[in-house]
Design a binder for this molecule. Structure first.
Ligand SMILES: [Zn+2]
Length: 523
């Protein structure tokens, strides 16, 4: 335990003179330890300390913006590029030139940062709720002589604050109950004459997150989890959350407080990110997908990586670099994905057949005869092989690749013929098959593997609706918070454990300066 300024102010010659030999030895031990720690902290440099060097996300390392954009362009220009059509359309529009002359001179509304402006008057809490309880936070041990302080040791409160929280009911009395508890902190006296002060705790500042994790905050861990649930799971706007809390629970909170809650919760689960990434890398089968995302008008991507045990989201650029940073050398599983080229580096890769079937169906309906024929041939092959895969899953494992070699060879010849077809969609599909041949037909040698990327697409669906409602995120931290919380929520659901009790527990422990408990195992 580190000695506080309050402790040191009390330790003087007069105090030491009055101590018994045992107490004096104990105090010296503590002073010595504290001095050594202080000296070491003084000598700490980035080279010898374990403090994280920056706030960059692990997948963003070394991928600065211009690099990323250049990379993206290069990728798009490369031969056989498969345009992302489903959701990306609105993001491809070129940046509009600035027309407003005055915008340069003074900050316009659009340049203004969201939220409270610097210097603007703040709003105090106006709600007066009845107090449902009082909690005295006493020191349990003398910080100078180490004596255990029992219940009747004299206590003088020096500060306090209120915490608004909810309590979950149980089977006997279900529902939730609002609590409004007065927390008192102060000095507990010891026989040695020392007063040990206990103040509200906070997590050590490990990154430059704008909202700190602290017991000082008004909103308790349970209510905070509820707010995250309403914002991200129920997709309610901040205004709707205020309305719900006000009309149903009688709680009045400012919009700024709601935002802080989401950011503090995300900050609290930040240490869990490493566990999520580790589990993603250890997956035997991973589904990956991405959809466009706006961050303060900037066109980014919401990525998802999901296995049977874990789902991980992140918002970032759509680059090979990002994939490499996330999926390290350690990743040796199968990767199911769409046609995006960055995935091509992975040896054990699978392609979603539903996408290919859809494209082939489009060709079948084309007005060009040869394209119709190619579409029909593709569909016939895919349907026959799908049937074979279903049957192989039931029966003894046989290599369907060898069994259907003749059909595959014939189809490959067909693709070769169409690779320079005049009809664009025909040409694209023929090249897609040729470029991704191994990945597309890998499932024939491993029929127990999936045929579609349905799992990743399902995972993204919820967040696509959220994006449409809230128009994306506004800051880098907001994007990071969303990815983190979405990952925790969906992973907990996969494991059939409540994300909300877990989240509340993480917040509670982190506020006391402890570690975040690891993600729970499947129930
Ligand atoms: Zn003492």
């Amino acid at each position: 335990m580190r000695l506080t300024d309050h402790d040191l102010r009390q330790i003087d010659e007069a105090y030491l003179e009055g101590l018994s030999p045992e107490a004096l030895r104990e105090v010296s031990k503590r002073l010595c330890q504290d001095l050594k720690e202080a000296r070491e902290r003084l000598n700490q440099t980035p080279e010898n300390s374990s403090r994280p060097p920056s706030t960059r996300a692990p997948w963003a390392a070394a991928a600065n913006e211009t690099e990323a954009e250049e990379h993206e362009e290069k990728q798009a220009a490369a031969e056989g590029a498969e345009p992302k059509q489903d959701l990306g359309a609105e993001d491809e529009s070129p940046k509009e030139p600035k027309v407003k002359g005055e915008a340069e001179a003074k900050p316009s509304d659009s340049q203004r940062k969201p939220g409270k402006q610097p210097g603007a008057p703040g709003h105090g809490r106006t709600q007066h709720l009845p107090v449902t309880g009082e909690l005295v936070h006493r020191a349990e041990q003398c910080s100078a002589c180490g004596q255990v302080l029992d219940e009747d040791a004299p206590f003088v409160a020096c500060t306090g604050h209120y915490v608004l929280d909810i309590e979950w009911g149980d089977e006997a009395a279900p529902g939730i109950r609002v609590t409004h508890v007065k927390h008192l902190y102060g000095d507990t006296g010891c026989g040695c004459g020392h007063q040990t002060r206990r103040l509200p705790q906070r997590a050590e500042k490990d990154v430059q997150w704008s909202v700190e994790i602290s017991e000082w905050h008004l909103v308790g861990p349970g209510l905070m989890a509820l707010i995250v649930c309403l914002a991200l799971r129920m997709r309610l706007s901040r205004a709707r959350i205020r309305e719900l809390l006000g009309t149903w629970l009688g709680i009045t909170l400012a919009t700024g407080t709601l935002n802080q809650c989401v950011h503090e919760a995300a900050h609290a689960v930040l240490p869990v990110e490493a566990q999520l990434i580790d589990e993603v890398n250890r997956a035997e089968l991973l589904h990956g997908d991405e959809t466009s995302w706006k961050e303060a008008g900037k066109g980014l991507w919401l990525w998802v990586f999901t296995s049977t045990a874990v789902t991980f989201y992140l918002i970032g650029y759509r680059t090979r670099q990002l994939l490499d940073n996330l999926l390290g050398e350690a990743f040796a599983g199968w990767l199911m994905s769409d046609g995006y080229q960055a995935y091509r580096a992975y040896r054990k890769r699978l392609r979603c057949w539903a996408h290919l079937v859809r494209k082939a169906r489009g060709l079948e309906e084309s007005l060009v005869k040869s394209s119709q024929r190619f579409g029909k041939q593709t569909l016939e092959l895919l349907h026959a092989l799908m049937q074979a895969v279903y049957e192989a899953r039931e029966g003894p494992g046989e290599d369907l690749k060898a069994k259907h070699q003749r059909q595959l060879d014939a189809f490959r010849g067909c693709c070769e013929r169409y690779r320079d077809a005049e009809h664009e969609k025909t040409r694209q599909l023929a090249r897609e098959f040729l470029n991704d041949w191994e990945a597309i037909f890998a499932v024939l040698s491993h029929p127990q593997l999936p045929l579609t990327n349905n799992q990743a697409e399902c995972a993204l669906r919820h967040w696509v609706i959220l994006r449409k409602l809230c128009f994306g995120t506004r800051t880098e931290q907001g994007s990071r918070a969303l990815g983190l919380l979405a990952s925790v929520i969906d992973t907990c659901h996969q494991r059939r454990v409540s994300p909300w009790t877990y989240l509340a527990e993480v917040i509670r422990r982190r506020r006391q300066g402890g570690d975040a408990p690891p993600l729970p195992a499947a129930a």
